[in-house]
Design a protein. Structure first.
Ligand SMILES: [Zn+2]
Length: 409
């Protein structure tokens, strides 16, 4: 590639860079109009128009008919999509008791999906093997070659040490201690793998397909067995120095409170996590309830279950109020199993934000339920492979390399 040594070289370099930028925007949005590409890149409409014509000629980009999308409330006008049917990305989700996998094309369509029940917490090595088998299965289902996979995103249900590709906490995932998860998976698949925690993946799923689609500053709260936040600032995930940004479940609410498994006292999770709610509700009619059953009973009007979830919502709201003061999000998107109780959880959570956050931040924030609950992490893993992380991301680099190789200078 010629460097910017002379005027011609500079122009060619600039054009290539702009073309890459357009490809990147298309990959992030799945489908987007030419005018929106101009807005997103800051390039002039004329420049975008020229670039798009070139990309169409090279067979990399195509128009799609959006009349039907418009009829269903989508945006009108001609939309563009990446035309690369031979290229796909894969998402792998390790839950506490399942392995799930999905393959998607670059226009953000999920082409195939598989779920497998397994005690993931204890059987780490087996979970990785199962994922590798499912990987081969979904690829053959969509007739894709291993070489056509641009990237793999992977989720684990707990904190992630992104620098080492390991589980960030031995107390949360005992079976995964010392395992270099990303490296292990890469070895099995022979493809670069990125890992991310469940709350961040939920945020990416909502950003790409759900309640955060039209929003670039929001906090996604996962309220389930654990409580965590995925924070999106200017359309990008905030990870922090070591990837633990958003651990609001371990916000201290009461310094003299009960001991938390993290080693501190009075964390939010000691009063509002799934296990804390299960313990609070106790046995009903001789039956020890699960969180999922409690949510179901609350929706059916059970007063004790409603109260337990409402109190959890109030406590979560205290921590979220602090988050609102710090990042002033446009939206708070609440996901995880508890969010299925709807307003039972959300109303007190909203009230708590109003009471504890600065007025300007509390007044404008829109608190709503997430679109995805069960598939949040799986879709988030797919989104992770599609969107990539900031720089140094294998999928992004491979797409950039491809667009360079396939487009003329
Ligand atoms: Zn804690």
């Amino acid at each position: 590639m010629p460097g910017p040594k002379n005027a011609d070289g500079t122009l060619a370099w600039l054009r290539r860079r702009n073309r890459q930028r357009v490809m990147e925007i298309l990959r992030m949005h799945g489908q987007i109009s030419q005018a929106d590409i101009a807005r997103a890149t800051g390039l002039s409409r004329t420049t975008v128009s020229t670039l798009v014509s070139e990309l169409k000629e090279a067979g990399l980009v195509a128009d799609i008919d959006t009349k039907s999308a418009h009829a269903h409330g989508g945006r009108p006008g001609v939309q563009l999509v990446l035309r690369n049917p031979s290229h796909v990305v894969v998402g792998i989700d390790f839950g506490h008791s399942h392995v799930a996998i999905a393959v998607a094309d670059l226009a953000h369509n999920v082409l195939a999906e598989r779920w497998y029940d397994l005690d993931v917490n204890r059987e780490a090595a087996r979970a990785l093997d199962v994922a590798a088998d499912l990987f081969a299965e979904v690829l053959s289902e969509v007739s894709a070659e291993r070489t056509s996979v641009l990237g793999v995103g992977m989720g684990i249900p707990g904190p992630v040490d992104r620098a080492h590709g390991t589980a960030g906490s031995a107390t949360i995932l005992p079976g995964w201690v010392g395992l270099r998860i990303a490296a292990e998976m890469e070895q099995r698949l022979e493809i670069p793998v990125q890992i991310e925690n469940d709350a961040n993946l939920g945020a990416l799923a909502e950003l790409t397909w759900g309640a955060g689609r039209d929003c670039s500053n929001f906090a996604y709260i996962k309220a389930a067995t654990g409580i965590g936040a995925g924070i999106v600032i200017n359309g990008r995930l905030l990870r922090g120095a070591t990837g633990t940004a958003g651990e609001i479940g371990h916000t201290t609410l009461d310094e003299a409170g009960p001991l938390c498994y993290c080693g501190n006292r009075g964390c939010l999770e000691t009063v509002a996590s799934g296990p804390a709610i299960v313990q609070l509700v106790g046995r009903v009619n001789g039956e020890t309830l699960t969180l999922s059953r409690i949510v179901e009973l609350a929706s059916g009007g059970d007063l004790r279950c409603r109260r337990a979830l409402a109190d959890a919502g109030r406590e979560i709201g205290v921590a979220v109020a602090g988050l609102c003061n710090l990042i002033n999000p446009e939206r708070v998107i609440v996901g995880g199993l508890m969010s299925q109780s709807g307003e039972v959880l959300l109303a007190p959570l909203r009230e708590s934000i109003r009471r504890h956050a600065v007025q300007a931040a509390a007044e404008t924030v829109d608190v709503r339920a997430a679109v995805f609950v069960e598939r949040a992490e799986l879709l988030g893993s797919v989104a992770l492979a599609l969107l990539g992380s900031d720089g140094g991301d294998p999928a992004q680099n491979r797409v950039a390399a491809l667009s360079q190789a396939e487009s003329r200078p």
